[in-house]
Design a binder for this molecule. Structure first.
Ligand code: HAM
Length: 435
């Protein structure tokens, strides 16, 4: 038996009937991002594995368990392709920062506002809302000019406004601050002290997290770990006065923009690079994978990757989760064809093919059946494709150098000249009708 292939687990085809919803989301997101002054950037879908390890952190779940690394068949001359030297990007931030440094953005502008749209890859165990290939809409504001609480408020409100533009309103925004790198260190120490007496009751993963990165325990989905965490009292005494003041300004700016938020001291985020403000937007109707998007500040990442000393903040939204949250919405009506050409014999088919090419170049969306069949079956196809007009061409029309143009809405028919193969009048009529 010949093997029949299926789409790889944790990925999916976006079929033509669903593509319009995707395009709609992408167009709306692009429009809003442009109004906020963000410019699109496109980076490769794979990068050096080390870039991700050094950005997200060796101990993050993404780097430890979910990297999809490339392995080449070539051994000798393309060493960089071998043994996991390259990995598919699990997120966009690290790549954008790499590009920011490599292209010396800091020499060109005080604040670089960049956005991206595209597939990301994580070797996760697939479930509803959790895929191995998923798509993100992300934005990053990097540069000396990023050091302002107003930019934290801008990034958060931008993220919220993009979701609202998709018609989503039932989401919750949680925010927290981790403080500076130094504050984070002290936060980590306090957390370890608080959890230490119960470390043996933690799950195996969390016992390792306790040693390597205690923040990760706060995200554990295991019920017994959650119970332990719930009882840990997290006060903000790990924050310096400066960090506290910064956070107050961010919250004040959000309030002034009427952005509702919940302060969540347990929100620490799964990636190492965060400092100061972190946030997550969730929709409880999505079940366990409820985060529509998330982000935060990462003031030390650019320097950590050997770049200039500049601050940065960003977010990423997951398109598949947005679509799940929107799945109760009616599907948009499929796009209709302007015209369909019905040819009734071989000679007409030849001419019809030329007409089709001409009107398409003029901007009329159109099609035809490339094989001869009865008028009835071609009309049926025109109907199925939603054609607004049908151009009929047979022996009778050819001999008089004209076509019959039928308006499918009114049923009206008229003859249009194609004298000397001049199709201008026909395409003008169609364009007027469908503009
Ligand atoms: P993240 O929280 O790992 O953050 O991912 C952001 C969003 O991507 C999630 O909230 C979710 O909607 C979506 N997502 C993540 N993993 C999956 C998956 N396996 N299947 C489906 N959707 C998924 C980041 O990626 C950071 N780079 C965000 C950021 C940008 N922080 C600063 N700048």
């Amino acid at each position: 038996m010949v093997k029949r292939f299926s789409v790889p687990r944790g990925t999916c085809d976006i079929l033509p009937e669903n593509v319009m919803v995707w395009q709609d989301i992408e167009t709306k997101a692009r429009q809003i991002l442009h109004t906020y002054g963000y410019k699109e950037i496109r980076t490769p879908i794979f990068e050096e594995t080390e870039l991700f390890a050094r950005s997200m952190g060796q101990t993050s779940d993404v780097v430890q368990k979910q990297m999809l690394s490339l392995q080449s068949q070539k051994k000798s001359d393309e060493q960089d392709l071998d043994a996991g030297g390259l990995s598919l990007r699990p997120e966009g931030t690290a790549s954008i920062v790499r590009s920011y440094i490599e292209n010396s953005f800091d020499k060109k502008e005080n604040l670089s506002k960049l956005f991206y749209l595209g597939p990301m890859f994580r070797g996760e165990r697939p479930q509803k809302g959790r895929l191995r290939q998923f798509h993100q809409i992300g934005a990053e504001a990097i540069g000396p000019g990023s050091a302002s609480p107003y930019l934290d408020a801008e990034i958060i409100s931008l993220c919220v406004n993009i979701l609202k533009s998709f018609g989503l309103n039932n989401f919750k925004l949680k925010i927290n601050t981790l403080g500076s790198a130094q504050d984070k260190e002290s936060f980590s120490k306090k957390l370890r002290d608080a959890i230490k007496p119960q470390v043996t009751a933690l799950c195996e993963d969390c016992r390792q997290r306790f040693e390597r990165n205690v923040f990760r325990i706060l995200d554990c989905k295991n019920e017994s770990c959650k119970n332990i965490i719930r009882k840990v009292n997290i006060s903000d005494d790990y924050l310096s006065a400066e960090s506290k003041e910064y956070y107050v300004l961010v919250k004040e700016a959000l309030k002034n923009l009427n952005i509702e938020f919940i302060e969540s001291p347990h929100l620490v985020r799964g990636l190492d690079y965060y400092t100061h403000t972190v946030f997550e937007i969730s929709d409880s109707s999505l079940g366990s994978q409820d985060a529509l998007g998330a982000g935060g500040r990462y003031n030390n990442l650019v320097t950590q990757l050997d770049g200039p000393e500049v601050d940065a903040i960003g977010f990423a939204l997951g398109i598949e989760r947005i679509l799940l949250a929107k799945s109760k919405d009616p599907m948009p009506a499929p796009r209709k064809l302007d015209a369909f050409i019905v040819a009734l014999d071989e000679k007409s088919l030849k001419e019809a093919f030329q007409i089709l090419n001409f009107i398409r170049l003029a901007g009329v969306s159109s099609d035809m059946s490339f094989k001869l069949s009865s008028m009835k079956s071609q009309m049926r196809l025109a109907d199925k494709l939603g054609a607004q007009s049908v151009i009929i061409l047979g022996e009778n029309e050819l001999s008089r150098e004209c076509v019959t143009l039928k308006n499918m809405q009114t049923g009206n028919q008229e003859e249009v000249s194609i004298n000397n193969k001049d199709y201008n009048q026909l395409s003008k009529l169609l364009l007027e009708r469908h503009s």
